[in-house]
Design a binder for this molecule. Structure first.
Ligand SMILES: CC(C)(COP(=O)(O)OP(=O)(O)OC[C@H]1O[C@@H](n2cnc3c(N)ncnc32)[C@H](O)[C@@H]1OP(=O)(O)O)[C@@H](O)C(=O)NCCC(=O)NCCS
Length: 164
């Protein structure tokens, strides 16, 4: 086992060997899932992929992060349905922020469906703020489209407390 051990679960970088399981969880968790190829492309492009597993090896969740200039973009954050509501989403978000900070980037951006109340609550509780909206960004039922809310987590710069 390689990675950071957290009580009964651990995180490790996503690799090609994770992708069958990742794609299976993705299909269970999303109505409009990424394909396995989307994950392959992300790894090929050098994006950061993180998997969280139970010590037994079961995949709990994952996230994919893409650095763009001075910001990180959270492209995917997902927890397997049976493992939801136990803090895994929060733990993955913390790891995403830790990596963003370690890469010396200014902030972490993401898009979320306005209908995804659970995810929005998680992001707001963490400290993400809504900074805009992309019209008709996501596919939706009946060949419709759904907007995206754009949210950003900004690091507080040391010494930026208003003191001259
Ligand atoms: C959104 C998502 C990532 C959240 O993951 P999660 O692991 O359920 O998140 P957490 O457990 O950290 O928090 C979710 C809820 O569980 C609660 N919770 C956390 N630990 C808990 C515990 N030990 N016992 C009971 N409840 C707990 C949290 O308070 C939170 O409650 P709320 O929804 O009422 O605010 C997950 O629902 C998911 O993967 N959804 C499908 C994919 C998706 O929509 N991804 C986001 C795309 S933008």
């Amino acid at each position: 086992m390689s990675g950071v051990l957290l009580a009964d679960r651990y995180m490790s970088p996503m690799t090609e060997s994770d992708l069958d399981e990742v794609a299976t969880v993705e299909r269970l968790a999303y109505e409009f899932p990424w394909s396995r190829g989307n994950f392959e492309d992300s790894l090929r492009n050098g994006y950061f992929g993180i998997c969280m597993r139970h010590v037994t090896g079961t995949l709990i969740g994952y996230c994919v992060l893409m650095p763009v200039v001075d910001e990180m973009h959270l492209l995917n954050l997902c927890v397997a349905p049976p493992a939801q509501h136990a803090g895994a989403g929060l733990a993955l978000l913390r790891e995403a922020v830790r990596i963003t900070h370690a890469e010396k980037l200014d902030g972490l951006l993401l898009e979320v469906r306005p209908s995804n109340h659970r995810a929005i609550r998680l992001y707001e509780r963490f400290g993400f703020a809504s900074i805009g909206r992309r019209k008709n960004y996501y596919p939706a039922r009946h060949r419709g489209r759904e907007d995206a809310i754009v949210m950003r987590f900004t690091f507080v710069k040391e010494g930026a407390n208003g003191a001259a």
